[in-house]
Design a protein around this ligand. Structure first.
Ligand SMILES: C[S@@+](CC[C@H](N)C(=O)[O-])C[C@H]1O[C@@H](n2cnc3c(N)ncnc32)[C@H](O)[C@@H]1O
Length: 289
């Protein structure tokens, strides 16, 4: 199995400016923030970082910590990337309400979609992946357990000027929803899976990555066929190898044929182009895609 590396480059409204000494400096529109980044073990390009806020304390594994912010940083502010418009905010979970490293997948999916294709986005969060597919003409079913995340996703779609027609918004448990779709004989052209390590469905259903990923992948396989366009699976914040999720998808998707790509995702630093790893991924495409 060969591993590939998908690198997100800076765009007008986002950049990883510099990284090192266990921290990273990023720009989100007009604001710059410092966040902990244990994997940035090297020396930063500059030792004099100017920022509008910093996330301090806590740990990536156990959560916690808080933002120290300048008074001028608003509660939320709009960002864009091409046709996509979405709100950034300093969340309690140390991120900015979207994940910039997913931009490589937004572009890749948009390039594989056309008017009227059906896409399922599970664990869709604030929905930038959903917007990327809808902007490419797809009908998207967006599923997330959190009403709050769903409200942000709907607001992002409105900001992007995407009418309600393009997206079906569902607050539901990912596995329960997929089991129901399989029973109904549904079929999709593309599926996005971005599961957290641990999560809860709206009725307290427990999501546990190691235990539940095999069923999630099997259900995704049942909702796709050899004429579908793609599966994108990303995994982050967990000690799991790209090879492991690659082998799982290769086994389950073998009957569909097609092509599987496996590897790591990273963001390129603006200062020197140093690559900061963020997540692992598997992508499946049908033979004719
Ligand atoms: C951090 S997000 C994924 C990132 C997102 N796909 C993106 O790129 O912006 C994980 C999401 O999974 C949702 N979630 C957790 N457990 C779930 C479950 N059992 N069913 C559905 N969604 C769940 C959470 O509400 C959260 O929005």
């Amino acid at each position: 199995m060969e591993l590939s590396l998908l690198v997100t480059q800076a765009w007008d409204d986002y950049g990883l400016i510099d990284s090192g000494h266990g921290r990273k400096l990023e720009r989100y529109g007009p604001y710059r923030f410092i966040r902990p980044e244990p994997q940035a073990m090297w020396t930063p390009a500059s030792l004099d970082w100017q920022a509008h806020g910093e996330f301090v304390g806590g740990s990536e594994e156990d959560g916690g910590g808080r933002w120290n912010l300048d008074a001028k940083v608003p509660q939320s502010w709009p960002l864009s990337r091409g046709p996509l418009k979405f709100w950034a905010a300093n969340t309690n979970f140390r991120h900015l309400a979207f994940f910039p490293d997913m931009a490589v997948h937004w572009d890749w999916m948009a390039g594989r979609l056309s008017q009227g294709k059906d896409v399922l986005n599970l664990f869709g969060y604030t929905g930038v992946g959903t917007l990327a597919c809808a902007a490419a003409g797809a009908n998207v079913t967006h599923v997330d357990a959190s009403k709050k995340a769903m409200a942000s996703a709907v607001e992002n779609a409105r900001l992007s000027g995407l009418g309600d027609r393009a997206v079906r918004w569902l607050v539901d448990d990912a596995l329960k929803f997929m089991r129901r779709e399989v029973r109904r004989g549904k079929r999709y052209d593309g599926i996005i899976l971005d599961p957290p390590k641990y999560g809860r469905g709206p009725d307290g259903e427990i999501w546990e990555l190691y235990r539940d990923l095999p069923e999630l992948v099997a259900l995704a396989r049942s909702l796709l066929d050899a004429n579908s366009s793609f599966l994108v699976l990303t995994v982050y914040a967990i000690r799991m190898s790209a090879v492991a999720i690659g082998e799982l998808v290769a086994e389950v998707f073998a009957p569909l044929g097609g092509h599987i790509e496996v590897g790591e995702m990273a963001i390129a630093e603006e200062a020197r182009g140093r690559l900061l790893p963020t997540a692992i991924f598997v992508r499946w495409t049908a033979a004719q895609a």
